[in-house]
Design a protein. Structure first.
Length: 208
């Protein structure tokens, strides 16, 4: 192996190492995610894939991601996460090596092309994971069942903005985006009642 790489430049070796390390860890993380290992995908924003742990009546932990999603599973992909970085470096290394060694691009062009390929891969995978998550969650929770339910404000709801509430729907404690029609903010910890669905997965709530 060492003899094989003896005529490779430092940039080629860098591309190769990036592809191998990124590819190996990306595949391991992907397998763990889909077989239920979850793998603790800590994101750089201080959250984890099960960061908003939702607990149902039976004590089972569910994840609640992003802006009003109602997932019961861990099909997720964050750009600034271990998985996002490994996918970037995997494609960065593969494309960079191909451009520099096979296509004869100069170092600057190869690095630029590899970077664009890595970013495009992260964006594509994020889109695929979000689509899969939305597809899987679409049949799990009927949002209409939240109407009339009492809940607790999870993130302060400003008068002309969006906050978050925790509401128990179908025996699952879920986190939803929420708005209020009042002129005063509804602060974290206050009890609210769901009046109706504004649009998508946004709930209209009022203080109890």
């Amino acid at each position: 192996m060492i003899a094989f790489l003896s005529d490779w430049s430092g940039l080629e070796k860098f591309f190769l190492v990036s592809a191998i390390i990124g590819g190996v860890f990306f595949i391991i993380r992907l397998v763990l995610q889909f077989v239920g290992g979850h793998g603790g995908d800590g994101a750089f924003d201080g959250h984890f894939d099960v960061g908003q742990g939702d607990v149902d009546a039976g004590g089972e932990v569910h994840s609640g991601y992003g802006e009003g999603h109602v997932d019961d599973t861990d099909i997720s992909f964050k750009v600034l996460s271990f998985q996002g970085l490994t996918s970037f470096f995997m494609m960065f290394g593969l494309v960079g090596l191909a451009l520099y060694r096979q296509s004869g691009w100069d170092p600057a062009q190869s690095i630029a092309g590899a970077t664009m390929a890595g970013l495009a891969t992260v964006w594509l995978l994020k889109w695929i994971f979000n689509a899969a998550r939305n597809l899987q969650s679409s049949g799990n929770i009927k949002l209409e069942n939240a109407i009339g339910k009492d809940g607790t404000v999870y993130l302060t709801i400003p008068p002309k903005g969006t906050g978050k509430v925790q509401v128990k729907v179908q025996n699952h404690l879920k986190i939803f985006d929420a708005v209020t029609e009042g002129d005063l903010p509804i602060k974290t910890g206050q009890q609210v009642q769901v009046l109706r669905i504004a649009s998508g997965t946004i709930l209209v709530v009022a203080p109890v």
